[in-house]
Design a protein around this ligand. Structure first.
Ligand code: IFM
Length: 444
């Protein structure tokens, strides 16, 4: 198997700040998710979440028991710079210092994500990701974090899923900050990508041995039929959902077929791209993070429709998870091979992969989440297949360690290897936890 080719394969788990931390204290500022949860009809909020802010020690102990090499978590920008820029809150940095020391003491390598969607509200009040000033703000924040943590953190992810942050947050408005409009969505996307490139340089100038990448969400797509209009729709969907982000990150600039359509429809203003931007966005990265959950079939008329992931939990149809997402592991293998062949990243890390099922503890306290195990096993096998076909995949981070706040879908969508009781916040490892532990141990 591929392990002989890549002896240093990293096995990990991931989380993000707003989804697990809680702990609105110690000077933490307001983020767009705090505001959105307050003002929108969200079913749950992150005020307590999994209370990881207070329980991080026992959560790290769970990871040590699981035997993971690495833990991917995000920093809450508003803990560090409560107003987004300027004043640094030392208690916020202290939290991440304690967490990192705990991880290192447990033999778990920290992988830090700088932005997992929780923009400071103070920056949103000035336009957020649509206002180009945010790029300087993100660079400032990155510098503060890299200075504080760079002595112990080598692996850095600038952004998580910029498609989601821009298109669902600023074009469709179904996620925070709830802004709509194509110009806002595409403007936000450009500034997210530009800030990624700036952040790569900020980190490298401060952390000598840094390895820097970003996590792009991907939606492999196939045409619903051989009809020319469906084939055309699938090419467009791929451009809208994947190429608009992958192409510039790998130094190719924005795909011209998509730029033409966006410009013709008045959605995209090429003047947003200033001299040097394309080069900054295309700054070479050390690894590409790929987040994969599902694949789409697209037919004409639905070439810009991706409405997945915003519903509260419901029973899973056969072949689907409880998010309503089709289970298509073969698409992961094919997508990884395609990414390797088309973009040639030096290394690929699966930065997220997992499944939502709400299997609960039985009367003996056992969570028999066999469907999650089947999902995960088929996707780990897909990663193996991609490696045997030449994709340089060097790590796999399972989403997620804990059942957590699935954004607007609330706590009803459970992605965790560990059950979190919503009343007591007690953690109960599920059958998938022990399955993953065995996978990791057997691969060493
Ligand atoms: O929970 C999210 C995560 O925050 C980003 N990627 C997808 C996950 C499941 O929807």
């Amino acid at each position: 198997m591929g392990d002989t080719l890549h002896p240093m394969f990293t096995w990990g788990v991931g989380t993000s700040a707003y989804q697990i931390e809680g702990g609105i204290e110690d000077g933490k500022g307001e983020s767009i998710w705090d505001r959105f949860a307050r003002d929108s009809p969200m079913v749950d909020d992150g005020v307590i979440a999994c209370d990881h802010y207070h329980r991080y020690r026992s959560d790290v102990a769970l990871m040590a028991d699981l035997g993971v090499d690495a833990y991917r978590f995000s920093i809450a920008w508003t803990r560090i710079l409560p107003e987004g820029r300027g004043r640094v809150e030392p208690r916020g940095l202290d939290f991440y210092n304690r967490l990192i020391d705990e991880l290192l003491g447990a033999g778990v390598t920290p992988w830090v994500t700088l932005y997992h969607w929780d923009l400071p509200q103070a920056i949103q009040d000035r336009g957020g990701w649509v206002n180009r000033e945010v790029v300087d703000a993100f660079a400032e924040y990155t510098g503060v974090v890299a200075d504080a943590l760079g002595d112990r953190v080598t692996n850095w992810i600038t952004h998580n899923e910029p498609w989601v942050a821009s298109m669902l947050g600023y074009q469709q408005g179904v996620l925070a900050p709830g802004v709509t409009g194509w110009d806002n969505g595409l403007g936000a996307a450009h500034h997210l990508l530009l800030s990624h490139g700036r952040a790569v340089a900020e980190i490298r100038s401060r952390v000598a041995d840094a390895r820097v990448g970003l996590a792009l969400d991907c939606r492999p797509v196939s045409a619903a039929s051989d009809r020319p209009e469906d084939l055309e729709a699938s090419v467009h969907f791929d451009g809208f959902r994947n190429r608009w982000f992958f192409d510039p990150v790998f130094g190719r600039g924005y795909p011209t077929d998509m730029a033409e359509v966006y410009e013709r429809l008045g959605r995209w203003n090429p003047d947003w791209v200033r001299p040097g931007d394309i080069e900054t966005i295309g700054t070479p990265i050390d690894f590409l993070g790929v987040n994969y959950y599902t694949a789409f079939q697209v037919s004409a008329g639905r070439e810009e429709v991706d409405d997945s992931g915003i519903a509260p939990g419901h029973p899973a149809l056969p072949g689907h998870t409880e998010m309503g997402w089709p289970i298509v592991p073969s698409a992961l293998a094919d997508f990884l091979v395609r990414v390797q062949e088309e973009y040639d990243p030096p290394s690929i890390i699966i930065t997220e992969n997992g499944a939502s099922y709400s299997d609960a503890p039985d009367r003996h306290g056992v969570v028999a989440d066999e469907r999650r195990i089947a999902y995960l096993a088929s996707h780990v096998a897909a990663v193996d297949e991609a490696r045997s076909r030449g994709a340089r995949v060097d790590g796999y981070f399972l989403w997620s360690l804990l059942d957590n706040l699935e954004w607007v879908a609330g706590f009803s969508q459970r992605f965790g290897l560990v059950w979190v009781d919503r009343q007591t916040l007690e953690r109960i490892p599920k059958a998938s936890f022990f399955w993953y532990r065995d996978v990791i141990a057997s691969r060493r």
